[in-house]
Design a protein around this ligand. Structure first.
Ligand code: ADP
Ligand code: MG
Length: 304
């Protein structure tokens, strides 16, 4: 076990930002930490990296509990905080050298050169950070997170705000890095996690609502109620659809109905019969495919 959290609780005043969060991540895993804004992702990452104390619960890095008294774990963790705060007045190379200095690295110059090479900053290294595009700033952020060669990398929303080309470049870089390291990356965008990670931990309002392989989580959702998209050639009332055997809910969205079944059993034949009986023509009748996006929405809807 490389990163383990046990029953983490974090309070901000009366608000429980994290409510009993436990998970364990093995060496070499590339895990997506997915949740809507305000779910508690950044708070959890700050606790793992030791920047914020929890109210209760434990974090174990390589099996050792982290604490103020035991700072050795800092050497094992690289951290790219949300919004990637950088000293924009510094030159790229200068900034990386200062970072290397924090870790008291002996081979500072060589290490900076290696990071510049790894993150593709060769042409930018003599520029001021403020002159860099967002994509290149993210590379600087990754370079500083990696400079002390940590075995664990914590990346808080590393791809937010990038354009599609930059996005693909940073994703590739993260995939490359993850071959040798344990990586946890957070995102509020499920496509992001689906594109990069093998495993996803979904958090909502401070609680973990799903944890598993991406395909495993999608399969779980197949056991959920079937959802059918149907479109008729003329108006139909919700009550009519609700009277069909096996139908639980019917919601009109634009021109199409989203009809949820009571179980995972197929209600399409019953909807077809209904159309025939009422002399309606079915323009669309299809099962909604479960993808991670649907699962994410189902799991993180606000049930107020
Ligand atoms: P996420 O990163 O998933 O968007 P955060 O971890 O930043 O979520 O925040 C989780 C919740 O905790 C939010 O409701 C946020 O407003 C609250 N929160 C975060 N940091 C603080 C703080 N320093 N003081 C008070 N509330 C905070
Ligand atoms: Mg955040």
């Amino acid at each position: 076990m490389t990163v383990e959290t046990r029953k983490i609780i974090k309070l901000f005043g009366k608000q429980k930002a994290l409510d009993n969060v436990s998970f364990s991540i093995k060496k070499g895993e590339l895990v997506g930490f997915l949740g809507p804004n305000g779910a508690g992702k950044s708070t959890m990452m700050k606790i793992i990296t030791g920047y914020l104390p929890q109210n209760s619960g434990e974090v174990l890095i390589h099996g050792d509990k982290i604490s103020i008294k035991n700072l050795d774990y800092k050497q094992e963790i690289g951290y790219l905080p949300e919004h990637n705060p950088l000293y924009t007045d510094l030159y790229v190379k200068e900034f990386l050298e200062i970072t290397a200095g924090f870790y008291k690295l002996r081979n500072k110059k060589q290490r900076v050169a290696e990071m510049v090479e790894l993150t593709g900053l060769g042409l930018e290294q003599h520029k001021k950070i403020r002159a860099l595009s967002k994509g290149y700033r993210q590379r600087v952020g990754l370079a500083q997170a990696l400079i002390h060669n940590p075995s664990i990398l914590i990346l808080d929303e590393p791809t937010t705000g990038l354009d599609p080309n930059q996005l693909e470049e940073i994703r590739n870089l993260i995939r490359e890095i993850s071959k040798e390291k344990t990586v946890i990356l957070s995102s509020h965008i499920m496509q992001e996690v689906e594109a990069v990670c093998n495993r996803v931990i979904i958090i909502n309002r401070g609680k973990i609502v799903a944890d598993g392989g991406i395909s495993e989580i999608k399969n779980q959702s197949f056991k959920r109620n079937q959802v059918v998209i149907a479109e008729f050639n003329s108006d139909v009332a919700a009550e009519q659809l609700l009277s069909i055997s096996g139908v639980k809910t019917a919601v009109l969205q634009h021109k199409t109905w989203e009809i949820e079944a009571e179980t995972s059993a197929d209600i399409r034949p019953a909807i077809f019969d209904f159309a025939v009986k009422n002399q309606l023509t079915l323009l669309t009748l299809q099962e909604r495919q479960q993808n991670l996006e649907n699962v994410f929405h189902q799991l993180t809807q606000n049930h107020n």
